[in-house]
Design a protein around this ligand. Structure first.
Ligand SMILES: *Cc1c(COP(=O)(O)O)cnc(C)c1O
Length: 460
């Protein structure tokens, strides 16, 4: 079969058989899919031989580029030993080595590693552990959690219960458990109507008020440290994260830090908690953990939590939770190679140096007439497009302005995926300065084309 016929068949069969995540399939099947066949470094190649810069790190996971020799070799070596064996009743070598490594790298006090296979389950594990921690200590009244508006912790129902993104989560509300919700520290659209210059972090005060009233019902406070990523790269104002941590400790509660998006160098520190010296009781990790190679997640916790689960068999203090692929050796081997490479290549240094370029660019792009806000930290950023800059009126959801910009950028060889009206910038952490500048130039021009020159994507 010739290559063109093969490609057309693949496109048809994608439309025929698959259902894509977070995707309106009526829209998807009206346009031809980009089908990726191969990759190298920060670039992906489609079935027609077109190369694209991977501007969102293959959905925030691929921090070291594709086809990394170190990770490829580590997986192959592990494959020659064993691909999978269970952690239920058995142990395996890579999961032990990775556990030790994660404990040594993570914020102080985190001493135990519980594996699962994606970000959502790492949060589910933390929620269930936090609840059962109190139950095992004889406190059965802590049946809820405190979370933030605009939070995103994954798509399983427990994670959705502590989520706060209306368009994703509202449909499922009748199925969810009850939570308390504090304002999101979203300064551009402050829920309290204040400005960062004069607010003195009033949103923390609101959180304090909830805890004053309800702390005894709360098992844990759940937060994405430093950045609410999926809500549109909402970067916390200075001092917010530290202030939240201090409140959690003052009320004697547990803190669940969901670093699924921000962990492993994305913000310029290995973990985002380090920015304001936060020591959570749970640390949820996934996405970049395996360098974007294989699904793996880890929930780290403290001696204090762990020891509450120790007891005689018949006391039933056991944590009755696990997954078929818990501690998968191939994925753990990939994670070990990822951590070694982050260290050996000075990836954090590269993030900090390139971050300076990105932050400067974010300043400049604010001058465009339809850029309401541009914000970021490390090598993660969002450019929020607005219909009216004066009133901050958003573009209607149906106009898909974020997507329009991404489709325009794709024509120039840059792959992006927006969050509503926010253009997301999440390049691999090893991106070179030249690649980053090219990426930012394309984004700038694409925003101008779509918001000022009326460029729109045409259907095939
Ligand atoms: C992506 C993400 C999740 C969910 O991870 P999945 O692997 O998609 O289940 C959870 N929390 C945060 C902060 C995320 O960004």
């Amino acid at each position: 079969m010739d290559i063109l016929a093969r490609n057309r068949a693949l496109e048809e069969k994608d439309h025929l058989y698959l259902w894509h995540p977070f995707t309106q399939q009526k829209d998807w099947t009206a346009r031809r899919p980009v089908i990726i066949e191969e990759a190298r470094g920060c670039y992906l190649r489609d079935i027609y031989g077109r190369w694209y810069l991977d501007g969102v790190s293959s959905l925030w996971v691929n921090i070291l580029g594709h086809r990394r020799r170190e990770i490829d070799d580590a997986i192959r070596a592990q494959l020659d030993r064993v691909a999978h064996s269970t952690l239920l009743g058995l142990a395996n070598i890579p999961s032990i080595e990775l556990g030790e490594r994660l404990v040594s790298l993570s914020p102080e006090g985190l001493t135990r590693v519980f594996y699962s296979d994606n970000g959502s389950t790492s949060v589910e594990v933390a929620l269930k552990m936090a609840y059962q921690y109190w139950v095992n200590r004889g406190d059965r009244g802590r049946t809820t959690f405190l979370c933030l508006n605009n939070a995103y912790h994954g798509d399983t129902l427990g994670a959705v219960s502590v989520g706060g993104i209306e368009i994703f989560h509202e449909t499922f509300r009748p199925l969810l458990f009850r939570t308390y919700r504090a304002p999101s520290p979203y300064c551009y659209r402050c829920e309290l109507g204040l400005t960062p210059e004069d607010c003195e972090l009033a949103c923390l005060h609101a959180l304090d008020e909830i805890l004053k009233e309800h702390a005894e019902e709360v098992a844990a406070v759940v937060v994405e440290p430093m950045v609410q990523a999926a809500a549109g790269m909402i970067v916390f104002p200075k001092g917010y994260m530290r202030g939240l941590y201090e409140l959690v400790k003052r009320y004697g509660l547990l803190l669940i830090a969901d670093e699924v998006a921000v962990g492993f160098g994305r913000t310029g520190r290995l973990f985002a908690c380090e920015h304001e010296d936060v020591r959570p009781d749970f640390l949820c990790l996934s996405k970049a953990l395996t360098g974007g190679y294989l699904p793996l997640a880890a929930t780290l916790t403290t001696d204090e939590v762990y020891s509450a689960f120790l007891g005689e068999i018949e006391e039933l203090k056991t944590f009755f939770h696990g997954h078929s692929y818990t501690g998968n050796p191939l994925a753990c081997a990939a994670a070990l190679a990822t951590l070694r490479t982050i260290e050996r290549e000075g990836v954090l240094q590269n993030v900090r140096e390139n971050s300076a370029v990105l932050m400067q660019w974010l300043q400049e792009i604010q001058a465009l007439p339809h850029v309401g806000d541009a914000r970021g930290i490390g090598l993660m950023a969002g450019v929020e497009l607005v219909r009216d800059k004066e009133t901050k009126e958003p573009y209607p959801y149906g106009e898909q302005m974020g997507y329009q910009v991404c489709y325009r950028a794709r024509q120039e060889g840059l792959l992006l995926r927006p969050l509503g009206n926010v253009v997301v910038i999440m390049p691999p952490l090893v991106i070179t300065r030249e690649e980053l500048i090219r990426m930012l130039d394309i984004i700038h021009d694409s925003i101008v084309d779509v918001t000022e020159k009326g460029w729109r994507y045409g259907y095939d």
